[in-house]
Design a protein around this ligand. Structure first.
Ligand code: GLV
Ligand code: MN
Ligand code: MN
Length: 477
């Protein structure tokens, strides 16, 4: 009995010494002021030691076919409605359908079994040795906002397929199945709804209901558009898309940073601890319009000027928040009838505002609404719509996924930084049904959502390698 007690105490002592030795390993120290903010926001101390995962094969056996991957990125970018180098690929258009076909073909070539749901989320599955266990998933989107670049989202889809190829070539055999997901319409371009596919997957009843009556700017209904692309065949109820909470044991998304930090600091990998809270709002003003020469200034109620004043108010409220993390953008401003000699009788704005602090972001939304009402009153126009389209909370990455990504980066000798994602991603919604994590790679000057967006083949290959090793670890856990 006392011998057993001795062995227990001895093992505890050894374990304690082992822990001490781990925490004594110097970690990268980031002395800048964002560190604290990041800790506050994400809840993860950035210097916490990570667990080690037992490697079952050598990271050196992972080799990325960077040239083929680059060729695929280039080829996919040709499915665009605007000339190169810009890319425009909008949900359920002909180019989107062709691009989806291209991806489905690659999924098949990688030996994955492919399925699609009613809105066109596409899943490619590699069965693990224990297929009854919940799978590990990875993926992103391939839709592209007007006049954007060829890397946003695409790196996380083509890169995910290449990560599977990397693992297959290395001889790896997954225990949990691995799935690649192409999410439908991460961008809100056509129907004004961001992360449409992942939002539905995560079980949004409100969205499933709204999509029954949602139309685009040409008055084409969501369901008609989906059917034209071969989806939502004989169902108006899209709740079939919902996935149960816990459907995946982990979800990891690879993405370009869309910000300048990694490039500026010369770091190959960013590990996302949290995704900022996005919101979007649609506003309509209506006035009497009239002749631009004949109606004198005191007699006007110009819906266009109401919109202009509200756009400036958005900027003011965002700046007044006092935090650099609060942002606001009026990316759409339309005037009706849109003639130089006609006073605008209608105006339409779409406002995007985000923050890492949800309360502060909500406060800005309230102030914007107050301003819209005051401006309408003062200018004698009607505020015919003030609609909050989405007002999402932030999402935190899961500790176990962060640890897997950190361990993978370390084993591959790729230095990493823990960071916040200011852009939203499908991961924001996958976090509702699965432990989530994101990998960032550097992109040129942080450019994104414009044709100059660029990530080097080397940086992409690094990201794919870390993704592959992360998936391998999570698949065995
Ligand atoms: C995603 O495209 C975003 O706007 O953050
Ligand atoms: Mn985007
Ligand atoms: Mn994206």
């Amino acid at each position: 009995m006392s011998l057993i007690r001795f062995y227990c105490s001895y093992s505890l002592l050894l374990f304690f010494l082992f822990l001490c030795s781990i925490s004594a390993i110097p970690t990268q120290v980031n002395g800048d002021s964002t560190t604290k903010t990041m800790e506050d926001f994400s809840g993860y101390p950035i210097h916490e030691p990570s667990h080690s995962f037992s490697p079952t094969f050598l990271p050196s056996s992972l080799s990325v076919d960077a040239q083929t991957l680059q060729n695929q990125i280039d080829e996919l970018s040709t499915f665009s409605d605007t000339p190169a180098p810009s890319v425009t690929r909008v949900l359920y258009t002909e180019k989107d359908v062709l691009a989806r076909r291209y991806i489905k073909n690659l999924l098949g070539l990688s030996g994955l079994s492919v399925r699609e749901d009613a809105v066109g989320n596409i899943f490619g599955r590699w069965d693990g040795s224990e297929p009854e266990l919940t799978a590990v998933a990875t993926g992103s989107h391939i839709d592209a906002i007007p006049y954007s670049g060829k890397y946003d989202g695409v790196v996380g889809v083509l890169g995910a397929i290449e990560a599977i190829n990397v693992l297959k070539r290395s001889g790896f055999k997954p225990k949990r199945s691995l799935e690649v997901i192409l999410f439908t319409s991460e961008e809100p371009t056509r129907f004004g709804i961001s992360c449409l596919g992942s939002r539905l997957l995560s079980g949004s009843e409100a969205l499933a209901e709204a999509l029954k009556t949602t139309v685009d700017s040409q008055n084409i209904s969501f369901l008609k558009a989906a059917r034209s692309a071969g989806y939502a065949k004989d169902q108006d109820d899209l709740s079939s898309v919902f996935l149960e909470k816990g459907s995946y044991s982990a979800f990891v998304e690879l993405h370009i940073e869309q910000g300048p930090i990694l490039e500026a600091e010369g770091l190959p990998i960013g590990i996302v601890t949290a995704i900022a809270a996005p919101a979007s709002i649609k506003v309509d003003f209506e006035g009497n319009g009239g002749h631009a020469g004949a109606v004198l200034m005191p007699n006007r109620n110009d819906a266009g000027l109401a919109a202009a004043e509200l756009a400036l108010a958005v900027e003011k409220h965002v700046l007044d928040s006092g935090s650099i993390d609060t942002v606001g953008t009026v990316g759409i401003l339309e005037l009706h009838p849109g003639a130089i000699n006609s006073i605008p009788s209608k105006s339409h704005l779409e406002i995007d505002t985000r923050d890492i602090d949800e309360k502060r972001r909500n406060n800005v939304i309230e102030k914007i609404q107050q301003s819209a009402m005051t401006i309408a009153k003062n200018r004698g126009v009607k505020l015919s719509e003030f609609k909050i389209i989405n007002q999402d909370p932030p999402a935190l990455s899961d500790k176990s996924v962060i640890e897997a990504m950190e361990a993978a980066s370390k084993e591959l000798n790729l230095t990493h930084k823990l960071m916040i994602s200011r852009a939203y991603h499908d991961s924001l919604f996958m976090a509702r049904i699965s432990p989530m994590g994101m990998l960032f790679i550097p992109c040129y000057k942080g450019y994104s959502h414009k044709p100059e967006e660029y990530a080097s083949s080397q940086d992409i290959a690094n990201g794919v390698k870390v993704l592959a090793l992360t998936l391998a670890k999570l698949s065995l856990s």
